[in-house]
Design a binder for this molecule. Structure first.
Ligand SMILES: *[C@@H]1O[C@H](CO)[C@@H](O)[C@H](O)[C@H]1NC(C)=O
Ligand SMILES: *[C@@H]1O[C@H](CO)[C@@H](O)[C@H](O)[C@H]1NC(C)=O
Ligand SMILES: *[C@@H]1O[C@H](CO)[C@@H](O)[C@H](O)[C@H]1NC(C)=O
Ligand SMILES: *[C@@H]1O[C@H](CO)[C@@H](O)[C@H](O)[C@H]1NC(C)=O
Ligand SMILES: *[C@@H]1O[C@H](CO)[C@@H](O)[C@H](O)[C@H]1NC(C)=O
Length: 251
């Protein structure tokens, strides 16, 4: 009886340890990678995730576009991946990159071949500088191993306000932790309850609520269920086309 209980306890403990481990160290999966744009990465800016100047926003050139199978209609925007070239003579073996998803690699259903970004294929269209870190440029396309990793961002969450007084669009960026935002709520200083925002495109979240002249707080939830509350991140004098930075961050 006692021995049985001990075994059960040991099994429970092991399960717990491995569950935690699995969460941090996701298994490597297989995909392919190509690259787009020049070495300066200009073509990687203003992509389908709604981010703007990636240099200014802190993502730099360490970015990738995702195929339909990985993009999840934009919900995966902001997620971070560790990628290495695998099993090809073109690989720069022993090197790995760490990139943030900032764009979409669209499918092409009329093209007869080389439709790497069509479903159900998992594909990374990397910025050229990132591709060149893991493979010989001339390869064009290489097989890769990849896994989701923690996003390490400098400073707190950032909120860029766009739109007009009747339709406020907020871009949530510089998100740490798992990186991909799944839900955003807003509350004004004169608003009694948290208001659900709706994802418009990429990581742009919208509301029709009249919030001009109120200081604004946000509740941002990422795909792992963690929530960060940014209290009064925008002062009552907030303006469109401005970015407001919160002190808090996902870890
Ligand atoms: C993006 O921002 C960087 C740094 O502020 C600046 O040097 C660059 O000119 C900007 N790029 C574009 C396309 O506006
Ligand atoms: C990298 O490893 C692959 C086998 O996985 C091998 O075929 C290739 O030659 C290696 N590349 C270099 C540059 O050594
Ligand atoms: C899709 O592929 C066809 C055939 O190669 C090409 O003509 C067309 O421009 C492609 N469409 C896009 C959006 O790239
Ligand atoms: C904003 O208003 C429009 C038109 O009244 C409506 O279709 C839309 O669902 C509203 N959006 C939100 C997020 O409430
Ligand atoms: C915000 O920027 C957009 C695009 O640059 C511009 O069309 C709009 O007039 C600006 N709005 C304000 C309030 O500055």
């Amino acid at each position: 009886m006692g021995a049985k209980l001990n075994i059960t306890l040991v099994l429970m403990l092991l399960t717990t340890i491995f569950a935690i481990d699995a969460k941090i160290e996701n298994d490597w999966e297989f995909a392919r990678a190509t690259n787009y744009g020049g070495m300066d990465g200009r073509e990687t800016m203003q992509g389908a995730c709604g981010y703007g100047n990636l240099t200014q926003q802190g993502y730099g050139l360490e970015t990738t576009a995702l195929s339909t199978a990985l993009f999840n209609d934009g919900l995966t925007c902001g997620a971070c991946y560790q990628i290495m070239c695998k099993d090809s003579k073109w690989c720069l073996n022993g090197t790995q990159i760490h990139v943030t998803a900032t764009n979409f690699c669209p499918p092409n259903y009329t093209k007869p071949n080389e439709n790497w970004c069509n479903p159900p294929l998992k594909h990374f269209d990397l910025s050229q500088p990132m591709f060149r870190k893991i493979a010989v440029y001339e390869a064009g396309i290489v097989p890769v191993a990849y896994r989701r990793v923690n996003c390490n961002k400098q400073g707190g969450l950032k909120f860029e306000f766009k739109g007009n007084p009747n339709w406020i669009l907020v871009l949530v960026y510089n998100v740490g932790g798992v990186g991909d935002v799944e839900d955003v709520k807003v509350k004004g200083s004169d608003t009694t309850s948290w208001l659900q925002m709706r994802r418009n495109w990429g990581q742009n979240w919208e509301t029709n609520a009249t919030l001009v002249g109120q200081s604004l707080s946000f509740q941002v939830t990422t795909s792992d269920g963690k929530m960060v509350q940014a209290d009064d991140v925008a002062p009552a004098s907030w303006k469109f086309n401005q970015t407001y930075v919160c002190k808090r961050q996902f870890r």
